[in-house]
Ligand binder design. Structure first.
Ligand SMILES: Nc1ncnc2c1ncn2[C@@H]1O[C@H](COP(=O)(O)OP(=O)(O)OP(=O)(O)O)[C@@H](O)[C@H]1O
Ligand SMILES: [Mg+2]
Length: 275
C-alpha cells in the first residue's frame, strides 16, 4: 500500500544529490556501518502526515549510548517530523526504528516512555494551569514510586524549579517553561531524550543556559537527540550533527567538523557560522 507513496530514484519527487556533499548511497553504507550497536537508530524512514505526502524521504539516524546528537536544517526540512516519528506520533510507512536493537517502529508514545524514551515537543510542552510540581508529577504518573528520587535529580539540573515548585507553569517565562518541559521529560528516567528546539524563543543568555543544561543532562548519562535552529551553538556542543534537508540526511559528522566544513557553511549555516 505504501510503495506508491515513495518516489523511486527516477521520480521527479526524488531528492537529488546535493552538490559538493557525499552521494546518498555512500551515506547509507556509512550509516549502516556506524549505526551498529546504537542505543536508538532509525533506518530509511519514509513517513508523513497525509496519504501520498511523505515528509521523511529515507531518513537515517543513529545515536550511541551517551552521545549528544544535533539535527539542524532549514525550516520545513522535517526535523520535528523526524522526532515525532521516533516517538510514535507520526505514522512511519516504511523503514524501522530500534531501541537497543528492539523494534519499536510505530509503537505508541506512552509505551515508548516506559521503554526509556523522553520527548520534549517544540510547542505546548507544559500544562499551564498546573504548578511546576504538578507538571513534574505528571511526568512520572506511570511510575509514581520514582517521584522523590526523580524530583531530586531534576532539582540537581534545574534548582530553580524546586525553589518555585508551587508556581503555575502558565505564569512562567519562556525559559522557565522550557526547564519545566525538560524536567518533566526527565521524570521517567529516560535513557534517550528527544529535544525539539529547546532554545527557541529565548534570549541569548537563556539560550546559553539551555545549552549548558542540555550538556549537564547528557553528562549525567542521558543520550540526547536535539533539533535546533541555533545551528552554530548546537554544533558546538553536540558530539555529532546531522544536516536534514527535504526529509533526508544531507550530511553527518562530528559537530565541530560540520561547523567548519565549507560546504555545510555555504549551504546550511550561512552567516550564522561566521558569527
Ligand atoms: N500536523 C501536520 N500535518 C500535515 N503536515 C505537517 C504537519 N506538521 C508539519 N507538516 C509539514 O511537514 C513538513 C515538515 O515540517 P516540520 O515541522 O517537520 O519541519 P521542521 O524542520 O521542524 O521546521 P521548523 O524549523 O520550522 O520547525 C512541512 O512541510 C510541514 O508543513
Ligand atoms: Mg520544527
Amino acid at each position: 500500500m505504501t510503495s506508491e507513496l515513495v518516489p523511486g530514484p527516477d521520480s521527479p519527487d526524488a531528492v537529488s544529490e546535493i552538490p559538493g556533499l557525499p552521494p546518498e548511497d555512500a551515506g547509507r553504507d556509512e550509516h549502516l556501518r556506524r549505526a551498529e550497536g546504537a542505543i536508538l537508530r532509525a533506518d530509511d524512514l519514509i513517513a508523513g502526515y497525509l496519504p501520498g505526502v511523505n515528509i521523511l524521504n529515507g531518513t537515517d539516524l543513529y545515536c550511541h549510548e551517551g552521545e549528544l546528537v544535533g539535527i539542524i536544517g532549514p525550516n520545513g526540512a522535517g526535523k520535528s517530523t523526524l522526532l515525532k516519528a521516533l516517538f510514535g506520533l507520526v505514522n512511519i510507512h516504511t523503514g524501522s526504528v530500534k531501541l537497543r536493537g528492539e523494534e519499536i517502529t510505530n509503537d505508541r508514545a506512552d509505551s515508548l516512555v516506559t521503554k526509556g524514551i523522553g520527548f520534549v515537543p517544540q510547542t505546548n510542552n507544559v500544562f499551564p494551569s498546573l504548578t511546576i510540581f504538578e507538571n513534574l508529577q505528571m511526568g512520572c504518573y506511570q511510575a509514581p514510586k520514582k517521584l522523590d528520587e526523580r524530583i531530586d535529580f531534576v532539582g540537581s539540573i534545574f534548582p530553580a524549579l524546586i525553589e518555585r515548585q508551587t508556581q503555575r507553569a502558565g505564569q512562567l517565562s519562556g525559559g522557565e517553561r522550557q526547564m519545566v518541559a525538560m524536567g518533566r521529560a526527565l521524570m521517567m528516567e529516560p535513557s534517550v531524550l528527544l529535544l525539539d528546539e529547546p532554545s527557541a524563543g529565548l534570549s541569548p543568555a537563556l539560550q546559553d543556559e539551555v545549552f549548558v543544561q542540555t550538556r549537564a543532562i547528557n553528562r549525567a548519562g542521558v543520550s540526547i537527540i536535539m533539533v535546533e535552529q541555533n545551528a552554530r551553538r548546537c554544533l558546538q556542543i553536540c558530539d555529532r550533527g546531522y544536516v536534514l534537508d527535504q526529509g533526508r540526511n544531507a550530511y553527518t559528522a562530528p559537530g565541530r567538523e560540520l561547523m567548519n566544513d565549507p560546504k555545510v557553511i555555504e549551504l546550511y549555516l550561512g552567516t550564522l557560522a561566521k558569527a
